[in-house]
Design a protein around this ligand. Sequence first.
Ligand code: ZN
Length: 393
Amino acid sequence: MVVAFTRIGESSLHPEGLDPFMVSELDRAHKILSTSIGVDSHVDTLQRLLIEGLDFSNELPNGHVDYPRLKLGHVSILFCALWTPTYFPQQAALARTFELLNAIQGLCSQTDRFRIVVNISEAREIIRKGSIALVLSLEGCQPLGGDLGLLRQLRKAGISSVTLTHIAANELADSSTAAPIHGGLSALGRAAILEMNQLGLLIDVSHCSDAAVEQVLGASERPVIASHSCCRKLCETPRNLPDSLIKAIVARGGVVCIAAHAAFLHPADRTELNLPIGPHSFQHKTREDLDKYLAKEHLTALAAHITPNAGLSDVVAHIDHAIRVAGSRGVGLGSDFDGGITPPRGFTDVSKRPYLAAELLQRGYDSADVARVFGENVVSVLESVQEGSVTNR
Ligand SMILES: [Zn+2]
């Protein structure tokens, strides 16, 4: 049975109109989520911290993520992307990566609500103390400029996960949304994979071209994740994964984390992917101009209010499909919240995770499946990536 959800306002934390049966499933969902480790494997909230100067350890009037809403959503490990647009030249991109890092370190020095963690045992300790563990993730390797020595520095600085590409190819790998230049991974990309394995860095293949994903799976000695991708079978876009790659990622111990972006979830919302995302050959040369342009893009995306066709049931459909393809040990959640996305109706921010869990329960998934998908699968991957590697600062 499919439950009809009423439209939930962006700022409402208490959706109304649930049928009585759903209320009991919601109660069960809260119980399961509050006794397991909840993970969101991709949010872009650090953009808000750096560009808008917002303190997301307190309630925010808009956007998708803040401490109170993370608590309502039972998230205890939050992957925060350190993302720089591909139109930033390498030096500026690297500088901006460290600015994002400084910004989150600064916030963590003022609150005990968040702590940056570099391995899973630290995360467990932090969660026991009642804070939310932040896993820092470099999104796109253009800040490296092909210098693999920077990986060790970034690891030491607190980064635990690396998304190989963004919307364009870089020195290491091809992107799913731009013309290939390497036919997948470059030779340097292969070397980078092994270095990341050594350093205990989790490799993230979201944004990679299909060929790059395949080659990463061949090269990596550790499991990988797709931190924010959906199923291409249900919504045909190159950013989503075909069944064959979902199977292959999971067969090697990895996890595919379903995103909350309408354009990845519902075919009728895909046109949103065609909206301008910033020119590649950028006119502005100074760092100040680049920052201004980025801030304008960020605020425009934040202000945009598109009513999507996708609803919470589409998130469920993608989770359900991925589980049918690869099993419940291979699926997770990586919302892409605060990443300029349009969330589906009914799953409008991170606090709504229990409603998603309730619908999975209603469809017959058991508490172990729900706990796995909502976090435990990604925790297992972090464990196997970090085991025996250099994971200390
Ligand atoms: Zn992304």
